[in-house]
Design a protein around this ligand. Structure first.
Ligand SMILES: [Zn+2]
Length: 248
């Protein structure tokens, strides 16, 4: 009995100590300031599905995008959780069998989870970004992309721009000139382009990332910028204000 009481006393001591350690640890973690963009129709031809996931004790969000063209859709990225993506397409009343192409900005886990859901789609990804999702490529038709390659799919013109830095083969996609999908190469705050926190990037090459941002900032005809974790901007001029290189 005495021994049991002693043990109990230790437990009473250890639990508060663990709680204090946990609180101190939690306070040292920097709050990740991302934007929430709910599942919705954004424009006449563009929809988004929001997924959530836990990362470093925080609830983060990631958006994938669907672009309507006639009866069909193409999508940019494929979310972090297939259940949430299924719920998203149901809410938007989109039949996943009508998706004819999936364009991957990069192969991180929060962008590829529902690839196998789109059985009639051809997968498109950068030729330098294949390693971590090669298993999906084996089951689907796929095409690897080069920088500046242009693809036409039922009325849509997709320009592929290699924007390395976040990952080895990150691609941005300019669709019908005015829509630019940038994945994780760009963050947005108060309508302006910011850098995504470096802890999310492979390696630590901020110069490559900045050069990639300049590359898309100088594209002609872009009106809207769609990011994966920071919502979108419908004023690309304002967003890219500090990134356009006038010396060219
Ligand atoms: Zn991401």
């Amino acid at each position: 009995m005495f021994k049991f009481k002693k043990k109990l006393n230790y437990v009473y001591l250890i639990i508060p100590i663990l709680i204090i350690i946990f609180i101190i640890f939690a306070k040292t973690i920097k709050k990740i300031d991302m934007r929430k963009l709910e599942t919705q129709k954004i424009y006449e031809d563009i929809y988004t599905i929001q997924n959530n996931f836990f990362y470093m004790m925080q609830r983060l969000n990631v958006n994938m995008y669907l672009i309507k063209t006639g009866e069909h859709y193409i999508i940019v990225d494929a979310g972090v959780n297939m259940k949430q993506v299924k719920k998203g397409v149901k809410k938007l009343q989109i039949n996943p069998d009508k998706v004819v192409a999936v364009f991957i900005t990069h192969s991180h886990f929060d962008h590829i989870a529902s690839l196998s859901m789109f059985k009639n789609a051809v997968l498109y990804a950068s030729e330098t970004e294949t390693n971590s999702f090669i298993k999906y490529l084996e089951n689907n038709k796929y095409q690897l992309l080069k920088d500046k390659q242009e693809i036409k799919i039922s009325g849509l013109k997709i320009k592929c721009i290699l924007t390395q830095g976040h990952s080895a083969g990150s691609m941005s996609y300019q669709i019908n000139k005015k829509h630019l999908f940038v994945g994780d190469i760009i963050g947005l705050k108060d309508g302006k382009v910011i850098l995504v926190p470096s802890m999310f990037n492979e390696g630590n090459d901020s110069l490559t990332i900045k050069n990639s941002i300049k590359k898309v900032a100088n594209l002609e005809g872009v009106e809207n910028i769609f990011t994966s974790h920071y919502g979108y901007s419908s004023n690309s001029k304002k967003a890219f204000e500090n990134w356009i290189d006038y010396s060219d």
